[in-house]
Design a protein around this ligand. Structure first.
Ligand SMILES: *Cc1c(COP(=O)(O)O)cnc(C)c1O
Length: 428
């Protein structure tokens, strides 16, 4: 599959049926797997052999779909999680423990901000947030002796800032830590962070990958390039014996290509248990099969609506990296040559009140705590996803109180623009 184009991988990577086997990914809706002898099963428990014994650790359906996502991102291994939140938590917690520190872009999804700033802090993991626009010296200054990871989003939800992946990767590597990039919004169809130096890529597959609002899910992909053993003092979890598996050392036994995902599966999934149902993985795979067909349509609609809004007298500002006026336009041209995504955010001159009137009067665009779906939807983050943040934090996260996020689906753009024009007309 390696040499095929991205669309072919969307359709066929991950699962190749043998003679007489089902053409579609089979749903192995079974919690457990049968063995003839306990010795055989014991080998699986000791990680001496690979195979299935309990779905909390691994399931064939989930693995087929994870393998497809690994192929799409150009990674060496991947795993599915029950949500994007679980994916980001697992990716970080796999290498950070109490007493450690993370450097993260401040311009990230509200749920991830909360996860890192509040919940992981309670676990003793500290964070320094940096601006996505920080220069190399400012980024370097955020690092400490105990920093174990750097984190950012390719295109931030909902601020739509674009990450300078090459710069962040260079700085992370100068401090001997991996760069973790949440690539939910562009999807591997529009950007593959590993090609720009990222070490770990995460996804909320709930968004474009599923694309139909059917199943919450997440994924973690390892590039397989980070040399854990070269920095063994920083990553004891990967580089010292794990007593729960008879003292195996992940980085030794599974190498650069397999250590991260294996440890994440056999420790974190074993203990925390955030697996997707095989049925949900099947639905995710249906979405992936058309990802390369849907993304260009989302981009086309996003671009058209962003241009329409920018020219409208009731609109104060529009954030969309595809606009020539965007601060991130140059960066977007570099990292997102095919366009970014179908999400546009904007502020109305009438503030919070105008936002509420506008949203009420949309007919095609539904008010939803959701984004990146085949159907157009919209949201005011300050009163929903980001409501735990103060006004100051909202500005820092790039989502001022009046901001509306509209996620353009794959309907016809003429109808979407007419609907938006009508809702704008309804504002006094
Ligand atoms: C939605 C989202 C998440 C969280 O994913 P869930 O699947 O809702 O848990 C994380 N990161 C980004 C960029 C998101 O858009």
């Amino acid at each position: 599959m390696k040499n095929y184009h991205i669309g072919t991988k969307c359709v066929q990577a991950g699962y190749t049926p043998k003679n007489g086997e089902p053409r579609q990914v089979p749903i192995i809706q079974s919690t457990t797997f049968k063995y003839d002898t306990s010795e055989e099963m014991g080998k699986l428990f000791d990680l001496e052999a690979s195979g299935y014994f309990y779905t909390r650790l691994q399931n064939p359906t989930n693995d087929y779909v994870a393998a497809k996502i690994a192929a799409l991102e150009g990674g060496s291994a991947a795993m599915l999680t029950s949500s994007g939140q679980a994916a980001n938590f697992f990716a970080l917690f796999n290498i950070c423990e109490c007493g450690d520190h993370i450097v993260a872009s401040s311009s990230i999804y509200g749920g991830t901000y909360n996860l890192i700033a509040v919940t992981m802090k309670k676990m003793g993991i500290d964070v320094t947030f940096v601006s996505p626009d920080a220069d190399e010296a400012e980024l370097n200054a955020a690092f400490q002796e105990n920093t174990k990871a750097m984190f950012g989003e390719t295109i931030a939800n909902p601020a739509l800032t674009v990450l300078d992946i090459e710069l962040f990767a260079r700085v992370a590597h100068a401090h001997n830590v991996p760069l973790i990039v949440d690539n939910t919004f562009p999807t591997p169809v529009n950007c593959r962070p590993i090609e720009w130096g990222a070490d770990i890529v995460t996804h909320s597959t709930t968004k474009y990958m599923d694309g139909h609002g059917a199943a919450v899910g997440g994924a973690i992909v390892d590039a397989g390039r980070f040399d854990w053993m070269a920095h063994a003092d920083k990553f004891p979890g990967l580089c010292t014996p794990d007593d729960s598996y008879h003292g195996i050392i992940y980085a030794e036994k599974f190498g650069k290509e397999g250590a991260f995902i294996t440890k994440c599966t056999v420790q974190l999934m074993r203990d925390l248990g955030s697996i997707p149902s095989p049925n949900s993985a099947f639905l995710l795979n249906l979405g992936l099969e058309s990802l390369h067909v849907r993304m260009p349509k989302h981009v086309e609609n996003g671009q058209a609506v962003a241009e329409f809004l920018e020219a409208h007298p009731k609109v104060a500002y529009v954030n969309y990296p595809g606009l020539a006026s965007s601060k991130y336009h140059e960066r977007a041209k570099k990292y997102l040559p095919k366009g970014g995504c179908g999400v546009v955010s904007f502020g109305l001159k009438g503030g919070r009140e105008a936002a509420s009137t506008f949203m009420k009067n949309l007919k095609l665009g539904a008010i939803e705590t959701h984004v990146a779906d085949a159907r157009t939807c919209c949201l005011n983050p300050a009163t929903s996803t980001h409501r735990q943040l103060t006004d100051e934090q909202l500005i820092e996260a790039g989502v001022p109180a009046e901001l509306i996020r509209i996620s353009l689906g794959i309907e016809d753009k003429e109808d979407l623009i007419a609907d938006i024009a009508n809702a704008l007309d309804s504002i006094e």
